[in-house]
Write a new protein. Structure first.
Length: 404
């Protein structure tokens, strides 16, 4: 059973995470994790904080001579901005008076946080609810991503739309139609999407989106969007139908929905299927190259809570960032009077970053069910179990049904 916890406030000294349960002898280094951290910081429309931070991880434990020990892996990411927040975010009591935040931003955790935790300063809600926490998640999930790569599982993503601007070339439809070259992989997908400033696959769409972000900025407004995450190389048989918490699709929906500002998650062509006939929704079973497979992949690589062996396809919606430079209505809690909401430094758009975070969370979910199925205390043991299962799979089905 793998697990991780993160800790750290947005403007505290650092973010930390402990990653537990991975087998020994997996090669990992800080450069690998830093590459993913950099991808999370990227994207047109991010705010000034990303100019301050240059997220780098320090591996504190669980790794020796570049390989995991099978022991808890602890990771640290320092907040460069801490320098400017030492008094305001001091762990110990300070004599200096700090201004309390009394106006909650609609759409952020400001009001619900003070309501729930009995705070007299909204700062206490902002700090941990900030999407800064996702830097620690990306670091933790990089271990899962590296582990999956050992089995040829690659996770990639692209931004499908920002502010309602979609590409004319519907790549998502190609995924559902299973209309991709045999060499298509999550890794190759990222080589394309990472080239774009907003991580889209179409340069015409990129131009339109950047213009829309520019106009949102001018108006002091923000935008959300939709993105697609794809995992290729996933074997048949991860997850189960036996319990609600062993279903791969339920696990993934939970993981993606837990990302800040995500308000919708869809597996495969979920919403399309709801509007169409069964014959247009399900994936016909065929034999190709002597193996059982499907004509299409509208199920998004999961049937009955179990992976089908086709790419896992997850689509998600991110709402616009809650901090608005042209604010909407709120209430000053110190006076209980109507006011305009509070402005503070923030992003205008963070959909490209959100897609990278979702890749990381998807890696975690798949690694969790992968290790549940194949187990192993060392990477060698996990590989042995995996290869035995994969090599026997087709003949096992054939032999079981022979002559019946
Ligand atoms: C973020 C750091 C934050 C924001 C953003 C994400 O930095 P700061 O609050 O110091 O500007 O840029 O957080 C939000 C948009 C949010 O609503 O919390 C990061 O590291 O991703």
């Amino acid at each position: 059973m793998i697990r991780f916890l993160t800790a750290g406030e947005s403007h505290g000294k650092a973010l930390t995470t402990i990653v537990d349960g991975f087998p020994s002898n997996l090669k990992i280094n800080s450069e690998y994790i830093d590459y993913q951290l950099k991808r999370r910081q990227f994207g047109y429309g991010r705010g000034l904080r990303m100019k301050i931070e240059n997220d780098k991880v320090e591996i504190l434990s669980g790794v020796r001579f570049g390989k995991t020990l099978g022991t808890p892996i602890s990771l640290l990411i320092s907040n460069k901005d801490w320098e400017n927040w030492q008094t305001k975010m001091s762990v110990t009591e300070v004599d200096e008076q700090t201004d309390k935040i009394t106006i909650p931003r609609p759409g952020h955790a400001d009001l619900v946080g003070v309501s729930k935790y009995n705070f007299d300063d909204i700062r206490n809600s902002i700090e941990r609810s900030s999407a800064r926490e996702t830097a620690a998640r990306v670091a933790a999930c990089s271990v899962a991503r590296k582990f999956l790569e050992e089995f040829g599982i690659h996770i990639g993503s692209y931004v499908e739309s920002i502010g309602g601007i979609f590409s004319k070339d519907d790549f998502t439809q190609k995924l559902f139609n299973n209309d991709l070259s045999s060499s298509f992989s999550g890794k190759k997908l990222n080589l394309l999407s990472d080239k774009s400033q907003v991580r889209v696959l179409d340069s015409e769409q990129e131009k339109k989106i950047i213009n829309k972000i520019k106009s949102a900025k001018k108006k002091g407004d923000t935008l959300g969007g939709t993105f697609v995450v794809v995992a290729t190389g996933v074997p048949v048989g991860l997850g189960s139908f036996v319990h609600y918490d062993r279903r791969m699709d339920a696990e993934i929906a939970h993981a993606i929905m837990s990302i800040n500002a995500v308000k919708g998650v869809e597996i495969g062509a979920g919403f399309y299927s709801a509007e169409n006939f069964g014959s247009q929704s399900h994936d016909e079973i065929i034999i190709s190259k002597n193996k059982l497979t499907r004509k299409t992949n509208r199920a998004g690589g999961i049937e009955g809570g179990i992976t089908t062996g086709l790419p896992v396809i997850v689509r998600a919606a991110m709402k616009p960032i809650a901090t608005l430079m042209s604010p909407i209505e709120s209430v000053d809690l110190s006076k209980m009077k109507k006011v305009l909401s509070r402005r503070e430094r923030s992003d205008f758009v963070a959909v490209p970053a959100c897609a990278v975070i979702a890749e990381s969370m998807l890696a975690w979910s798949i690694a969790k069910f992968f290790l549940e199925k194949f187990g192993g205390d060392s990477l060698e043991e996990t590989k042995q179990n995996y290869h035995k299962y994969i090599s026997e799979l087709h003949n096992r089905i054939k032999n079981n049904f022979k002559g019946k």
